[in-house]
Design a protein. Structure first.
Ligand SMILES: O=c1ccn([C@@H]2O[C@H](COP(=O)(O)O)[C@@H](O)[C@H]2O)c(=O)[nH]1
Length: 238
């Protein structure tokens, strides 16, 4: 998990995923399957990606009552992904239930998937936290509060933006995972993301893993873009 670059496979079907992955045949990847692809293709897309030896983050961001999340996680555990997640806003009882579900669904001899919690989405701004969510303490404190709840519930880490990761590590330890979307090379647009940062900035923050979607998947040459971002993230310059 540490130092991974996770590619968000935000595609509507398997056909487009296959086409996208073609140039990557020599790369062992860490890929993220989100709602669009999973709702369209179901567990078969996970099986296909596993056969290609890619690591998988199943990003379904579960958020429901504890019993429902526990049962859903039990089912997801059987898919044998590397990483799954919930929304921390579901609360500590829900997060503990998610872990119980994952543990009960993990086959003997199989490793339980890591489970992380989304704190504040990277598409959320400071203003939205104050005006829409009415959280007076502000964004950074809200992210930290969710991260503490997640850690207290036994989760392995959080999804946050690159701007909160080092603060979280200082408060909750280096081993607690920080997985950060919102990564944008200096020359690319932000689209709907609000809390963005370059891969170089991410490297300096001690982040556990970065998630990159459109800057790679929508690039004219996705492999070239992937390698460029990966090198910047790892601090390799040619
Ligand atoms: O706070 C969050 C949580 C999840 N995401 C997901 O990450 C990718 C980012 O894609 P880009 O194209 O690089 O913006 C996407 O799949 C989101 O669902 C996030 O962005 N922020």
């Amino acid at each position: 998990m540490k130092d991974s670059l996770i590619i968000a496979l935000d595609f509507p079907n398997k056909g487009q995923v296959r086409e996208f992955l073609e140039p990557f045949e020599n790369e062992q990847l860490f890929v993220k399957v989100g709602m669009e692809l999973f709702y369209a293709e179901g567990p078969s897309i996970i099986e296909e990606l596993k056969k290609q030896n890619h690591k998988i983050f199943l990003d379904l961001k579960l958020h429901d009552i504890p019993n429902t999340v526990k049962s859903a996680m039990k089912v997801l555990a059987s898919l044998d992904c590397d990483l799954v997640n919930v929304h921390a806003a579901g609360g500590s009882e829900m997060m503990s239930a998610a872990l119980e579900g994952l543990e009960s669904g993990t086959a003997p001899g199989q490793k339980r998937p890591c489970c992380i919690a989304v704190t504040q989405l990277t598409s959320t701004s400071e203003i939205q936290v104050k005006l829409e969510q009415q959280i007076e303490v502000g964004l950074q404190e809200s992210v930290l509060n969710y991260a503490k709840l997640a850690q207290g519930s036994g989760l392995d880490g959080v999804v946050c933006s690159p701007h909160e990761a080092s603060f979280i590590h200082c408060q909750l330890g280096a081993e607690f995972l920080t997985v950060t979307p919102g990564i944008r090379p200096a020359d690319s647009g932000h689209q709907d993301q609000k809390r963005t940062a370059t891969p170089e900035f991410a490297r300096e923050q001690g982040i556990s893993a970065i998630v990159v979607g459109r800057p790679i998947t929508r690039a004219i040459n996705p492999l070239e873009s992937y390698l460029k971002i990966k090198n910047a993230w790892k601090g390799v310059y040619q």
